[in-house]
Design a protein. Structure first.
Length: 77
């Protein structure tokens, strides 16, 4: 989900109105694309998508930085 959002942001970085009009796939669409996601609870995927949307909303309002992937190494300290 984040990779797709980052790609869309890079494509429409200069045109904020077009960026706002972009439609992103639902978690069900990702389940079709990635079979292993069928084992994951639907609410977990929906919450991940909501968290991603709020991260980008905070970024565009200037409250936080650009959303990044989390490092696996930083989690094991």
């Amino acid at each position: 989900m984040l990779a797709e959002r980052k790609e869309t942001y890079e494509r429409f970085k200069e045109d904020k109105e077009s960026l706002k009009k972009q439609k992103f796939p639902t978690p069900a669409k990702y389940k079709e694309e990635f079979e292993w996601l069928k084992e994951v609870d639907s609410l977990a995927l929906a919450n991940a998508q909501l968290n991603l949307q709020s991260a980008f909303s905070r970024f565009f309002s200037g409250k936080s930085g650009y959303p990044e992937f989390k490092s696996r190494r930083s989690r094991h300290d």
